[in-house]
Design a binder for this molecule. Structure first.
Ligand code: AMP
Length: 391
């Protein structure tokens, strides 16, 4: 088990806390959704209550050098409101005044470093840069689950240099994935969609010995439909994965694992929100159409399986949900998964974006990390988890 903030002494200590405050920000610098900040509040509040001096660090977007549009200033102001205490923004980590600002901090004080990706050394996991960050603190804590598959200076480098632990959000995420990876309840249903066929195939391979049924929708389904000889028109296709898809279908048969592919689809001639839609039975697409969503018969078939599941893992939308016209399949699956009373886990990113607020409470765990959760489901060890000490 990884060391958590409960296991370390933070009293009067300077704690470097890596959070993921990569929130969507509107044109007027308004935060559109503060969920990522809210998710780390339990960790931040615990550390404040235990007399730590907090040095927060996050990235925001993908800046190329310093970019005022991607400043963490709006985040700092929202966090100050949420904590009901002043949070100071440290604009330049190389400013001579930084060390004196930090040395003057009192227990419970909070400062936040400016967007750490303003520095190129961050993504290079530069050792001198990591040493500079480590010089600010006595202890390192990571609560930025969504970034833990990336070996950057603030997520990995600093963790190597200081006594370390994970925060409550990371602990919750790791426990949730451990729950499904060590699951012994059945039926275990894996629902996969989205576009990255190769990534999702790795999930199937890793979970083959655990699942009873796999429901495949979204763009990845067409590679599987092609693999069994269907006509998919202009649908998204990963030609390099067709043979692997064939193998998966064969192995599933041998092992008595059910794979349900869409039996019908909603297609369109062009990839746009205004495109006219047409219903197609799977494998019988017109040559100039592409699959945009699963069809009503598929939704019905998937519903039946989801209803009886005791464990569900869902990663990836059932269609091009960004266009309202092609969101129906994903919305329905979200509804069925959230109504299931078993253990349900939804991978971050696009699948989580499809959930309505009320659904969050009914789903056992909605991950905050798209890439990180996918890597855990693929059986990989996240490097920034690996670097944290065991208890
Ligand atoms: P992923 O990151 O693999 O979960 O993929 C998410 C993306 O898959 C979303 O942007 C969806 O629009 C896209 N997607 C889902 N269904 C389809 C489809 N039938 N054709 C093309 N893209 C799709």
């Amino acid at each position: 088990m990884k060391r958590t903030i409960r296991d370390i002494d933070v009293d009067n200590k300077k704690v470097f806390l890596r959070v993921d405050f990569n929130v969507p920000i509107g044109a007027d610098f308004k935060i559109l959704d503060d969920n990522r900040i809210v998710q780390s509040l339990p960790t931040i509040n615990y550390l404040i209550q235990h007399n730590a001096k907090l040095i927060l660090c996050s990235h925001l977007g993908r800046p190329n050098g310093v970019d005022s549009k991607l400043s963490l200033r709006p985040v700092v102001s929202r966090l100050s409101k949420l904590l009901n205490k002043q949070v100071t923004l440290i604009e330049d980590i190389y400013d001579k005044k930084v060390s004196s600002t930090i040395s003057k901090m009192k227990p419970g004080d909070v400062v936040m470093l400016e967007n750490i990706r303003f520095y190129k050394q961050e993504e290079d996991n530069d050792l001198d840069f990591a040493k500079h960050l480590a010089s600010f603190a006595d202890v390192y804590v990571n609560d930025a689950f969504a970034t833990m598959h990336r070996k950057h200076a603030s997520t990995f480098g600093v963790a190597e240099l200081l006594p370390n632990a994970v925060g409550f959000l990371v602990e919750k995420e790791l426990n949730a994935f451990e729950n499904v990876l060590n699951n012994d309840k059945h039926p275990f249903v894996l629902i996969l969609g989205g576009a990255k066929v190769n990534d999702k195939i790795k999930v199937i391979k890793n979970l083959f010995d655990k699942v009873d049924t796999i429901l495949i929708g979204g763009g990845m389904a067409y590679t599987f439909i092609k693999a069994i000889g269907g006509e998919v028109g202009e649908s998204l296709l990963d030609n390099s994965s067709i043979d692997i898809a064939k193998d998966i279908i064969e192995t599933a048969k041998e092992r008595n694992i059910k794979i349900l592919l869409p039996v019908d689809n909603i297609g369109a001639k062009e990839f746009s929100k205004t495109a006219k839609s047409k219903h197609f039975n799977s494998g019988f697409f017109s040559k100039d159409y592409q699959g945009m969503d699963i069809g009503p018969l598929t939704i019905k078939a998937f519903k039946k399986i989801i209803k009886k599941a005791k464990v569900i893992v869902w990663n990836g939308p059932m269609g091009v949900y960004e266009f309202p016209k092609f969101r129906k399949g994903t919305n329905k699956i979200a509804k069925y998964v959230s109504n299931n009373k078993g253990y349900t886990i939804v991978g971050g990113g696009d699948s989580a974006a499809c959930l309505k607020p009320a659904m969050f409470k009914r789903i056992s765990h909605v991950s905050t990390g798209g890439g990180a959760s996918l890597e855990l489901l693929q059986g990989k060890v996240l490097p920034c988890v690996d670097v944290i000490s065991e208890i």
